[in-house]
Design a protein around this ligand. Structure first.
Ligand SMILES: [Mg+2]
Length: 246
């Protein structure tokens, strides 16, 4: 079976909603935290705690208005129909917060794709519409503090050994999972990372490009050439190391 794991912020959505949300509601200090995280000075969990601390007295209506204005890639819905028609199982893996993923996906009628993210609780203040943010992190990996929601672990536990694993992403939290994927679609800074790490990838600008590429790869598979749609040796070895506790 083919399984596709997809980043959310900046991949399905046009912009990084998480970063934009924290800067919009928590102020410029959040940008510093984000940079410290990207420069590997603090962990993702610490970054989120600091960002949430900056977000005080948030007007829930304004927050929802902000989320309702977020756009997604216009070809994502067609890509999802393509997956359904071809028995390809998509999952969304995000190091963002479930509150906004859930709202944005529902806004666009996407209710069937399982997603995994960090948890954000909105706690009402004094019975008003003002809320504070309380984050929690159900999917951390105890041996790694880079990401809060470990995409690699989800990918490996949701796949069987002979599944073809496809990964689609663009940014920092996609660096780790590309090492475990058989086929990678990369844009923006993830391309640079893949080149540096010798991970081969298809470049894309939007989901229409990915659909087109997958049509070709599936065609080749049906004609038994198996060009492209095959297990990647390096990814298999990387996964084996994880299971052996390496
Ligand atoms: Mg992203």
């Amino acid at each position: 079976m083919i399984k596709i794991f997809i980043d959310f912020d900046g991949t399905i959505t046009r912009q990084d909603v998480g970063d934009a949300l924290f800067v919009r509601f928590g102020g410029k200090k959040c940008l510093d935290y984000i940079n410290e995280y990207r420069n590997e000075k603090i962990s993702a969990v610490d970054c989120f705690y600091s960002e949430c601390n900056e977000c005080i007295d948030i007007d829930k209506n304004k927050l929802n208005e902000f989320l309702d204005a977020q756009e997604i890639d216009s070809s994502f819905i067609e890509f999802y129909s393509f997956c359904k028609r071809n028995d390809i199982m998509p999952f969304i893996l995000s190091d963002g917060m479930d509150y906004y993923l859930d709202r944005i996906l529902k806004n666009h009628g996407i209710t069937e794709i399982p997603f995994f993210a960090n948890h954000l609780e909105l706690t009402p203040l004094d019975g008003s519409l003002k809320v504070s943010f309380k984050p929690s992190f159900p999917f951390t990996d105890e041996t790694c503090d880079r990401c809060a929601c470990c995409k690699r672990n989800h990918m490996l536990t949701l796949s069987a050994e002979d599944d073809i694993i496809i990964y689609i992403g663009e940014g920092y939290s996609d660096r780790c999972p590309v090492h475990y994927a058989d086929i990678v679609f990369a844009k923006d800074e993830l391309q640079t990372y893949c080149r540096q790490q010798n991970v081969s990838y298809f470049e894309y600008r939007g989901f229409a490009d990915i659909t087109k590429r997958l049509e070709i790869l599936l065609d080749n598979k049906q004609s038994k050439k198996h060009f492209g749609l095959k297990k990647r040796r390096q990814a298999q070895l990387a996964a084996r190391e994880v299971f052996l506790g390496g």
